[in-house]
Design a binder for this molecule. Structure first.
Ligand SMILES: NC(=O)c1ccc[n+]([C@@H]2O[C@H](COP(=O)([O-])OP(=O)(O)OC[C@H]3O[C@@H](n4cnc5c(N)ncnc54)[C@H](O)[C@@H]3O)[C@@H](O)[C@H]2O)c1
Length: 352
């Protein structure tokens, strides 16, 4: 039986717990920790977890663990993951991997030094839409993919809590939302390496505190609301295979409605990855749209369970890890470059 622990007992950790509970015959969650000790205690009671702690160091010293979920706010991802890897644990760390590429590289190095798995919580890779898109690309149905569009635009959707505090989040919608769709496009394209970025960020609308938001909000309340991140990020990202990705991500933007979608454009066909999952191609001398009828969707809860299953399978060498650390590092290189380009107003080369 594998022994697991949670670091950071907030909202998304419940999805990791659910995944572990679905594998009761293989995994036992024996400990949890949170810097907010009453929260860790309540969490342990809720799930019947034997031991709880108010910091990861005491927990990693006292427990013999195989698996650790790092589900803290972003600024603690690197510290907690490296501590767990150095304690001999396999780690699944939530997205974004870290605050920047430098931290992400240190995490990857810690995994390699200790011979442990470090998986990144790119949950969108586990959706049926991602599976189907990858299958079509692998079969050559799209031809050469040379352009992609990824949008994660909210009209009014600041999550609140620490998400507006740059010292804990590292940034706004780019690092929180953009990360999902940039990664999914890279994954579908076969993980080309980013080479340059031109980006811009804005903070014209701020948190929009007076407007009722319809989105999920952070569990962590902050005494004094902070908002020192961007509310909109846009970028053109160029990859080493010549393909270009156009990205847009917002917490707040004056548009008609939320827009969350990915399209990839190939020399043989284009593909809307988001529902309805549709190929844009030609047939018998005419333009043709092929809307696949299967369950080609992303399903939050089902796909979190799949992600956790892939983590445990990969640790036991029963499957290949679908979201390895190296892809988290590449993603952080892209995000660093977008912020750098936004700051300087110039295109930024990604140099390795
Ligand atoms: N994959 C997804 O779709 C998805 C969705 C939401 C959030 N997330 C990610 O999950 C992470 C957590 O987000 P959340 O919404 O659950 O936040 P949250 O605020 O609900 O929970 C974070 C918890 O981490 C704790 N914490 C902070 N630093 C810590 C440390 N050093 N040691 C132990 N505990 C610490 C906080 O006290 C808090 O309880 C973030 O990185 C976020 O980007 C991913």
């Amino acid at each position: 039986m594998l022994k697991a622990a949670i670091i950071g007992c907030g909202g998304i950790s419940n999805c990791h717990m659910h995944g572990y509970l679905e594998m009761k015959d293989r995994v036992e969650v024996v400990a949890c920790c949170d810097i907010d000790e009453p929260k860790a205690k309540e969490y342990a009671e809720r799930y019947g977890i034997r031991n709880y702690y108010n910091n990861c160091y005491d927990m990693l010293k006292a427990e013999k663990l195989d698996l650790v979920s790092v589900t803290t706010w972003n600024s603690a991802h690197a510290e907690c993951s490296i501590a767990a890897l150095n304690a001999g644990c396999n780690v699944i760390c939530e997205k974004p991997m870290a605050m920047n590429a430098r931290e992400a590289e240190a995490m990857k190095a810690a995994a390699e030094k200790n011979g442990k798995l470090l998986m990144i919580g790119f949950v969108r890779r586990h959706g049926n839409d991602a599976y189907s898109a990858r299958r079509l690309v692998d079969k050559g149905e799209l031809g050469e993919i040379y352009y992609a569009q990824a949008k994660y635009l909210r009209r009014c959707g600041f999550p609140g809590g620490w998400f507006g505090d740059k010292s804990r989040s590292g940034g706004g919608p780019l690092i929180d939302l953009g990360v999902h769709v940039i990664d999914l496009v890279r994954y579908i394209m076969g993980c080309p390496k980013p080479v340059s970025v031109y980006g811009a960020t804005f903070d014209k609308l701020g948190p929009r505190p007076g407007i009722k938001s319809t989105i999920w909000v952070s569990e962590t309340k902050v005494e004094k609301p902070i908002f020192n991140v961007e509310d909109l990020a846009v970028a053109m990202i160029r990859f080493d295979n010549g393909a270009v990705l156009n990205l847009e991500a917002s917490f707040n933007l004056n548009l008609p409605d939320n827009e969350d979608g990915i399209r990839v454009y190939g020399s043989k066909a284009g593909l809307s990855v988001s529902a309805p999952f549709t190929l844009y191609t030609e047939y018998d001398g005419q333009l043709a749209d092929i809307a696949l009828k299967g369950e080609n969707d992303f399903n939050f809860h089902r796909d979190f369970d799949r992600e956790m299953l892939n983590f445990v399978d990969a640790v036991e060498s029963k499957a290949k890890c679908i979201a390895p650390a190296e892809d988290g590092v590449e993603l952080m290189r892209i995000l660093d470059a977008v912020y750098e380009s936004a700051r300087t107003g110039r295109s930024v080369d990604i140099v390795r």
